[in-house]
Design a protein around this ligand. Structure first.
Ligand SMILES: Nc1ncnc2c1ncn2[C@@H]1O[C@H](COP(=O)(O)OP(=O)(O)OP(=O)(O)O)[C@@H](O)[C@H]1O
Length: 853
């Protein structure tokens, strides 16, 4: 409705009756322009009387009113929209934009990372293939050569594109190998395809140098510049650079500049700035601040497309110095250098780079003699050869990583200094002719190229690599070996730790056991001392009684007939160590019975009764014929606390042996004979006997079969015959002296609950011996001295008991668990004890006794 009204207004304003319909956009514009004025005019036009226009104006006014309303409505809409625009963007949109921005930044970072990674990898690929690469290109025979009937001396292997053979005049073939060999039929595209990967490195910031080397007329210019129909490397390179830079335009911005110069007779000539009408401008090579070689004054033409490049190349080639030689009508008499400078800017991080690409068409390396050069040509050839030789030297030095690179030997190498060596990429085209007429030159060029390539990827460089490789191999092997050794050692340590833990556990257990046993032993010792003290008092009382009886017996004996013939009696004084009757009377308190088997009349009841009397005298019972009497036996069965050893008559032989210092009295009970008094090997224990006399007395007949030792060692003087002297001498002064030992060979049923009985003497025994020498004499016979070597005995002997002679190893083995434990204790090398001192010593070899545990 509004648009219709506007349409009419426009028509009215124009004063025309056109019915043309304007576009909606123009309507709105016009509405905007006229709206304000119409608002003012509307009111004046509302009065039909004041209307200047004659005729029917009311419908128009009506339309104006409508339009005014429409404008008001539009204004409101405009305000609403303005408000909406003011509040734009909303929070959601801002958040979305923020997210997109973050994502964009992330992508930028990723791109930069990937881009640098691509460059690095690409560079690595190029380096792996070789920074200096040599391609060989053989041109086809030209018309002249064909006409001359020249034949090809170059042979190619279809299966090998890196090798060629040259047939010499003597039909011998010489093989050459390069990075690639282009045959005569290979076109410019094939050549550039191999060159392209290196060329594009210039866009990544690397300097690149490509040059063509070879004899005159072999196609150097053809390869580098080409022809309008077959454009060469120069043109295609720039074409490729433009293409790649276009691809990277989103992230990189490149500027390409082209310079063209020639080195003619060691002079630099700017091919782009030169004009035949202008005088020749001499250019010099200067080193820039950043270390690069620059040629001040050299024209650098900015190029934007390939057409411009082509035009420049053509103009430069036109002014290049050429001359007719025998080999080439338009022989290049100079080195032509096309320099492409690439300035790159990273659009993402702003990083800038500048690199050069040199495309060099060298002058022909012909021999002076062959081209029959004279005059100016000869001079040119000399300069050419000199600079080519300098180029060969530089490449050789680069390839052999020599410390000095002779760049300044020629203008050519000097100007290429920043693009030869280092991390620059270099491609060398060695151009050859297939004609047999050029065989010599061909061989020269191939040899030169082989030298460059051979040095580059040959022994010198390969040797370094091989040496490195060998070194790394050795390191890897050593590492493997070390790892194995480490693993072995770790296993060993682990097993040792396990063993150590196990042993520590055992030691802990044993120590606990030892503690328990020591406590037990202390208790038993206390008990035993109590019993012995009690027994001692009882024995003292008994001895008093017996002395009285003995007195009575003496009186009786004096009245009785003499003893049995002497031959039936034992020569006790000769074979025993019984001391003679004391010359001085014993102190009353020490007075004990003087009765012994030597003094007892054999076969007499009274004697036997005396024997059975409750004395503390150890009695050796001799199984003579008189011992079979019952009353004797009965008396022996009496509960007396006497140690008894029964000596059979057969032992007399042993007694008489003079050198034998140890007579063993073997107590051989029957299998049913049991006694708690006896330890298995230590014989009788006096205290034990006193404790349990009845068990021993239970079967006297069996005891009768026991053997009694008798001989005492030779005594040095009579005083030694006293028990006290015996004790002192035998135990202290004469450690080697072997006392008589009564060995009790019991059967399995013989047990004793007193482990300490194995030690022989104890404190109570010694007390009794001090009081009764005779008792001591007998007790000593049953005292197994070796038992003193048990740990308990050792402790005693070192403290309050007398020391005893050392025991022969292996002669005595304890069976009682307490003694066994005590004996082991001294041999246990507990790592726990060393924990605070030398923990590492727990790894030392354990003593055999400890290991057995
Ligand atoms: N691969 C090829 N295929 C076809 N024609 C070739 C090839 N190589 C060279 N030619 C031709 O051989 C002739 C000589 O080539 P060119 O001028 O490039 O040699 P040159 O090595 O540059 O010689 P100079 O060193 O004297 O400049 C040219 O006419 C060229 O077209």
């Amino acid at each position: 409705m509004c648009s219709e009204s506007c349409e009419h207004i426009v028509l009215d304003k124009a004063g025309e009756n056109r019915q043309s319909k304007p576009s909606p956009d123009s309507d709105r514009e016009e509405l905007g322009e006229y709206s304000d004025s119409m608002e003012e005019d509307t009111l004046s036009n509302l009065n039909p009387e004041t209307s200047p226009v004659q005729g029917p104006t009311l419908p128009i006014l009506q339309k104006v009113v409508d339009l005014s309303n429409c404008i008001q409505h539009l204004k409101k809409e405009h305000e609403i929209l303005s408000d909406q625009v003011k509040s734009f963007p909303g929070h959601d949109i801002v958040g979305t934009l923020q997210l997109l921005n973050d994502e964009h930044e992330l992508l930028k970072k990723k791109y930069l990372h990937e881009s640098s990674e691509r460059k690095r990898l690409y560079n690595e690929v190029i380096e792996l293939k070789g920074n200096i690469r040599v391609f060989c290109r053989c041109r086809p025979l030209n018309q002249a050569e064909i006409a001359n009937g020249s034949s090809s001396v170059v042979e190619f292997d279809p299966s090998q594109d890196t090798e060629l053979q040259v047939v010499s005049s003597d039909s011998s073939k010489k093989q050459f190998k390069f990075d690639h060999v282009f045959r005569p039929e290979d076109g410019q595209e094939a050549v550039f395809a191999r060159t392209k990967p290196i060329v594009t490195s210039v866009l990544d910031g690397y300097n690149v140098c490509i040059f063509a080397y070879g004899q005159t007329g072999t196609g150097k210019t053809f390869t580098m510049e080409g022809t309008p129909d077959n454009r060469g490397v120069n043109y295609m390179t720039l074409e490729e650079l433009f293409r790649v830079s276009g691809e990277r335009s989103g992230a990189m911005s490149y500027e390409l500049f082209v310079s063209m110069m020639e080195v003619y007779n060691e002079k630099i000539k700017d091919l782009l700035g030169e004009n035949s009408n202008q005088p020749i401008k001499r250019l010099e090579i200067k080193q820039a601040a950043e270390g690069t070689q620059e040629v001040p004054g050299l024209v650098e033409a900015r190029v934007y497309n390939t057409e411009e490049v082509w035009e420049l190349l053509k103009s430069g080639s036109r002014v290049r110095t050429v001359g007719a030689t025998n080999a080439n009508e338009l022989s290049s008499r100079s080195h032509c250098l096309l320099r492409v400078t690439v300035r790159g800017t990273n659009l993402i991080n702003g990083q800038k780079s500048k690199s050069h690409l040199w495309l060099v068409d060298l002058a022909g390396s012909e021999r002076v003699g062959k081209i029959e050069a004279e005059g100016e040509r000869l001079k040119e050839s000399q300069f050419i050869n000199k600079s080519l030789s300098a180029l060969g030297d530089v490449i050789s030095a680069l390839a052999s990583k020599s410390g000095h690179i002779p760049y300044r030997n020629s203008k050519l190498t000097h100007i290429l200094q920043s693009s030869l060596g280092g991390d620059c990429k270099t491609v060398m085209f060695v151009q050859i002719s297939p004609s047999n007429a050029d065989l010599g030159e061909t061989l020269c060029s191939l040899n030169f190229a082989s030298r460059v390539r051979g040095i580059e990827s040959g022994p010198a460089r390969k040797q370094v690599d091989l040496a490195e490789l060998y070194k790394y191999k050795q390191m890897a092997e050593k590492l493997k070996h070390d790892e194995k050794e480490t693993k072995k050692l770790q296993d060993n340590v682990q097993s040792l730790q396990l063993r150590l833990a196990a042993r520590e556990h055992i030691c802990r257990t044993l120590q606990e056991k030892v503690r328990d046993l020591e406590n037990q032993l202390a208790e038993e010792r206390k008990t035993r001392i109590k019993l012995e003290t009690r027994a001692f008092s009882a024995a003292a009382a008994a001895s008093t009684r017996s002395s009285l009886k003995q007195e009575a017996e003496k009186t009786k004996m004096e009245k009785k007939p003499p003893l049995v013939p002497s031959k039936l009696r034992l020569p006790l004084r000769k074979i025993t160590n019984f001391m003679p009757p004391p010359t001085t009377p014993m102190p009353s308190n020490r007075k004990t019975t003087r009765m012994s088997m030597e003094t007892v009349p054999e076969g007499k009841e009274n004697n036997i009764k005396n024997i059975m009397a409750p004395r503390r005298n150890p009695i050796a019972v001799r199984p003579t014929t008189t011992m079979g009497k019952e009353n004797n036996v009965k008396n022996m069965m009496a509960p007396r606390r006497n140690s008894i050893a029964v000596r059979p008559t057969t032992t007399m032989k042993a007694v008489r042996q003079p050198k034998r210092r140890l007579s063993i009295s073997t107590f051989q009970p029957d299998s049913h004979m049991t006694t708690p008094l006896c330890n298995s090997t230590s014989g009788f224990n006096h205290a034990s006997t006193m404790d349990r006399p009845s068990s021993l007395m239970g079967d006297v007949r069996k005891a009768m079969y026991s053997r009694l030792f008798s001989p005492m060692p030779k005594l040095r003087n009579p005083s030694e015959t006293t028990p006290a002297a015996m004790r002192t001498k035998s135990t202290v002064r004469q450690p080697k002296r072997r006392v008589s030992i009564a060995t009790f060979r019991s059967d399995s049923h013989m047990t004793t609950p007193l482990p300490s009985s194995t030690s022989g003497f104890n404190y109570a025994n010694r007390l009794s011996l001090m009081r009764d020498p005779k008792n001591a004499r007998y007790s000593r016979l049953f005292s197994p001295l070796p038992s003193e070597t048990t740990p308990a005995a050792v402790r005693r002997s070192s403290s309050k008991f007398m020391r005893t002679p050392p025991m022969q190893p292996g002669s005595w083995k304890p069976t009682h668990p307490t003694v066994v434990a005590l004996q082991r204790k001294s041999l246990v090398w507990s790592p726990l004890k060393f924990r605070g001192m030398q923990r590492k010593q727990s790894f030392l070899p354990l003593r055999p006794s400890a290991e057995r545990q």
